[in-house]
Every structure is written in structure tokens, then in C-alpha cells.
Write a protein that binds this ligand. Structure first.
Ligand code: UN1
Length: 511
């Protein structure tokens, strides 16, 4: 069984076969349902987790708040030192943790390790920030007055994360929330609880070693009930939610209702435009990673390929060749580029999407099959797929979280940009070109309307240094680098009068 096969890795991370407690609020506990965590390669149970309950969430909120009171008193650079220790602990565990990501989520090992690396990177970034959380001094219109901005913690940040980046989504939210002085309460995806428990154990150890209350990084696994309770709770000063647009819309509405802050990372329907003046080899390589990487299960995966009609046939020929080289299989096996889909339901979505392509008049150019041969028999494997569609088809407007790339042609740049922008989602878009005026148009006011706008690189695989997130139905949130940290803070605009007189703003003379 999977447990026996990977016993060393699992035990190294402090996991057990049957008794993994899914709640940490300073202590490990859990009173909810027992749920199996499945290996998507063969749908065998890896291990069982006892989930948390709404009652345990309620207690955890108080524990995080108590811990945060202590944490917020630490000078920011000292918080940075704790984040540095967390970084070192993750580096030590990068191999087993990366393997566990592959095992439980299904992405290939280099990507599993890559996402732990992404958490390492953001902790380093947060360490840097710990010396740079500067506020502004603003010129005052009044004599003897000073205006400045302060950035204080919000309190508790609730992180509701998705299955596809079971480590990194939590990483880039929690690292920034923590350096800003917040406590963090994590509700991971119900299908990747083992990774969440393993990460929390690493953080717990680091916090204990620094004599800090480990409840600062609390965890409550669970289903929709726990997520909904967390969203409603006023003690979650901010909710960072990563997931579908449908659930995100509900989360955003509930959080807004109580005037909490929400940071939403929702669906993407990302496109690459391939112009007639670009390096087609480079484009083909980028498209392969963008569409097939992570088996199409990144929110930044390329789902639409918009190709200049004059290079369409040449590019497709290269792509078909490249797709032909892709080995689908066990993500822990060397040489495999495409692992299984995370769940059986995703395989259904794959089949339904292909049926829609055909119903709506499109064609399947390559792939289009659920894979069941040999070792793949019991897993959630599908062939990476290329379709030929037109941009007006309904199937192109929806995000299906599977490795299907819809291809279409265009004649003019304006038309290509209109197609790129002509969907409800707005996460990431890329153009391949060597023409400077195309580049500047693309990044300008009449260019791409997404949050991430790339040139000559894929839509996925963003670095942590930039702000990550998107516009429109992607939700508007920005996480990770740049000034995203501000969203995890309460901004104070402070005016200090040292003049001894009382001149009023706007020159008002009052009595
Ligand atoms: C996601 O798929 O939820 O840009 C995030 C990327 C990664 C993050 C993806 N850094 O592809």
C-alpha cells in the first residue's frame, strides 16, 4: 500500500497511518469525522485524518488571538528572525515535504519541491520586509504639523487554501501575515490535509524553540462547515481565500457583510498570444509548461492559445511533437512530466469539457482520452489535450481545471487582445513577440486586463517578488510580493501637531 511504500517519508514528517489529528491550536486535537487522504495515482488511502469541527474552530480563534497579542509586541526585525528559522526548518524538510505534496496532490516531484521552495522564497522575502515595513511621511499643509502612516497588524488572518498548491498558498499568505504581526488560522483543502498537518508541525517546532506560543500558526482541517464558520467569524479580521470563483463570490460577500477584509484568488482562464514575429521554439516550450505543467491544475495554467493565423500550422505541428514526448504517470517517477488529476471528479470534468468542445463545433486535435492502460488503471490520469475552437464558444469561457488547451487564430493584434480580455476571469496573460511596440501596447491601457501580464514567458510560474493575483472574476486580491503586505495591515493616517497653535485644514476659521 501507499503507506508502507512511503512510510519513511510520512513518519519523518510526523504523520501516522490512522490517527492524524487535524486541529492545532497550541495542542493537537480533533473531534470531527475520520477522512481518508487518497493517492491520486491509484486512489489508495495514504493515511487517515481526524478532521476538525466548528466547535474546535471557535476555540482556535481565541488561541490565535492570545498568541498574536504576544507576537505583535515583537519588534518587526525580531519577527523576521523567527521567519528565518521557519525558512531553515523548511529547507531541512524540503525533500520529504516535496514528496508528500507529490503523493497527496499528484504534481510531479520537481514541482512538489518547487512549491516548498516557493514557501522558502517568500519567507526570505518576509525576512527582508522585516527591515522595510516603512510608513510614509506626508507633507502637511499646516505649519508645525507632521503627517505619517503607520502599518499595524490586523489581528488574525484566516487562510482558506486550495488543493493545487497545498504548501505555497499558505506559505505566501502566512509569511506576509506573520511579518506584519498577525496570527494565522489555516483551513486547508479537505483533500490535502496531510500536507497541512506536516507544515504546521514544522512551524510548531520552530515557534516552540523561540518560546513563542505555537497557536500563532493554528490549523483547523474540515469541510464546508468549518470554512463557512471561519468566513462568518468577526475574529478573522481578514480572510484570504484561494479557490473557485463560485465559492469566492460567496466568501467575499459574507466577509464584506461584516466589513472584514478579503483577499480573493479565484479562477483564471489564462491565454497566451503567439504573434507572427516571435521565436516559435521559445513559445512552444513555454506553452508546454504552461498548459501541461501541474497537469493543468494551476490557477495560472494556460487554457487558451491565441495564434496569428500565419504561424498557426507551424506552431501546432511543433506543439503536437512536444505533447507526444510528454510522459504521463506516477509523479514520483523520474522523467514523468504529467501526473494524475487530483480527484476522480476532475476526470469527469475533463470528459465533459471535451464533449462540450465537440457539441459546440470544436475539434480535438491531440489527446482527448482518459488513460487506463497498465499502471495507470486505478489512477486519475488523462492525456494532455489540444483542441481547435473559436473564441465565441461557451466552452472557452469557463475554466476547467484539467490539461486541455483550446487553440484559436487571430488576424490583428487588436483582435488578439480583445479575445484575451473577452472572458470573465483576469488572472494571467502572456504574449510572445519581438516587437517593442507590441510589448508596450500589451502592458498599456489598451492591453491585457489581467493582474499578471507577461512577455515571452508562460502565464504560470510567477516569482514571489511581484504581487500575485488578478482582476475581474479572479477576485482582485494581491498576495506575495510588492506591496501586498499592506493588505495584511491596518493603515493609520496620523497627523501630529507640534506647533502649539491650532490651524485647521482647508484654512477653516472656527470661532
Ligand atoms: C495557483 O495556481 O493557485 O504562478 C498559484 C504560478 C505559481 C502560483 C500558482 N507561482 O504558477
Amino acid at each position: 500500500t501507499t503507506w508502507n511504500q512511503y512510510r519513511d517519508v510520512l513518519e519523518q514528517l510526523g504523520l501516522e497511518k490512522n490517527n492524524n489529528k487535524g486541529v492545532f491550536d497550541g495542542e493537537w486535537k480533533a473531534a470531527g469525522d475520520i477522512i481518508p487522504s487518497y493517492n491520486p495515482v491509484n486512489n489508495e488511502v495514504i493515511a487517515e485524518v481526524i478532521q476538525g469541527t466548528v466547535g474546535e474552530l471557535d476555540v482556535a480563534f481565541d488561541r490565535v488571538a492570545e498568541a498574536q497579542k504576544i507576537w505583535q509586541e515583537l519588534p518587526v526585525p525580531q519577527r523576521g528572525q523567527v521567519l528565518l528559522a521557519m525558512r531553515d526548518a523548511l529547507v531541512k524538510n524540503i525533500q520529504p515535504l516535496g514528496k508528500l505534496v507529490s503523493l497527496e496532490m499528484g504534481k510531479i516531484l520537481p514541482e512538489g519541491i518547487g512549491e516548498v521552495q516557493e514557501y522558502v522564497d517568500i519567507l526570505e522575502y518576509a525576512l527582508g520586509l522585516s527591515r522595510m515595513l516603512n510608513g510614509a511621511m506626508i507633507p502637511s499643509e499646516r505649519p508645525g504639523h507632521v503627517m505619517l502612516e503607520t502599518w499595524n497588524p490586523l489581528g488574525t488572518v484566516g487562510v482558506i487554501s486550495a488543493f493545487n498548491f497545498p504548501v505555497a498558498v499558505y506559505g505566501w499568505n502566512s509569511a506576509i501575515a506573520l511579518v506584519a504581526g498577525n496570527g494565522v488560522l489555516w483551513k486547508p483543502s479537505p483533500t490535502t490535509p496531510l500536507v497541512a498537518i506536516a507544515v504546521t508541525k514544522i512551524l510548531e517546532k520552530t515557534l516552540r524553540e523561540h518560546n513563542l506560543p505555537p497557536a500563532l500558526c493554528s490549523l483547523v482541517t474540515g469541510g464546508t462547515d468549518v470554512g463557512q464558520s471561519m468566513t462568518k467569524d468577526k475574529r478573522a479580521h481578514a480572510i484570504s481565500f484561494t479557490g473557485s470563483t463560485k465559492v469566492g463570490r460567496a466568501v467575499g460577500t459574507v466577509v464584506q457583510e461584516r466589513f472584514g477584509k478579503s483577499i480573493l484568488e479565484l479562477g483564471g482562464n489564462n491565454a497566451i498570444i503567439v504573434t507572427d514575429d516571435c521565436d516559435l521554439d521559445l513559445a512552444a516550450r513555454a506553452i508546454l509548461f504552461a498548459a501541461v505543467g501541474t497537469a493543468g491544475q494551476r490557477c495560472t495554467t494556460t487554457r487558451r492559445l491565441i495564434v496569428h493565423e500565419s504561424v498557426y500550422d507551424t506552431l501546432m505541428e511543433r506543439l503536437v511533437k512536444a505533447y507526444d514526448q510528454v510522459k504521463v504517470g506516477d509523479p514520483l517517477e523520474e522523467g514523468i512530466l504529467c501526473g494524475p488529476l487530483h480527484t476522480k471528479e476532475a476526470v469527469n470534468i475533463y470528459e465533459q469539457t471535451l464533449a462540450s468542445v465537440k457539441n459546440q463545433g470544436g475539434q480535438v486535435l491531440y489527446g482527448g482520452k482518459v488513460l487506463k492502460e497498465g499502471k495507470l488503471a486505478n489512477g486519475n490520469f488523462v492525456a494532455p489535450t489540444l483542441t481547435r475552437v473559436t473564441p465565441d464558444m461557451d466552452v472557452v469561457k469557463n475554466e476547467a481545471f484539467v490539461p486541455i488547451l483550446h487553440t484559436m487564430t487571430y488576424k490583428t493584434l487588436d483582435e488578439a487582445i480583445a479575445i484575451n480580455n473577452g472572458v470573465a476571469q483576469g488572472l494571467s496573460s502572456s504574449i510572445f513577440t519581438t516587437n517593442p511596440s507590441t510589448i508596450f501596447k500589451w502592458i498599456g491601457s489598451s492591453g491585457a486586463d489581467s493582474g499578471i501580464i507577461n512577455v515571452n514567458i508562460p502565464t504560470n510560474g510567477a516569482e514571489i517578488g511581484g504581487a500575485f493575483g488578478g482582476e475581474k472574476e479572479t477576485g482582485g486580491g494581491r498576495e506575495s510580493g510588492s506591496d501586498s503586505w499592506k493588505q495584511y495591515c491596518r493603515r493609520g493616517t496620523c497627523t501630529i501637531n507640534y506647533s502649539g497653535a491650532l490651524p485647521l485644514a482647508q484654512g477653516i476659521n472656527f470661532g
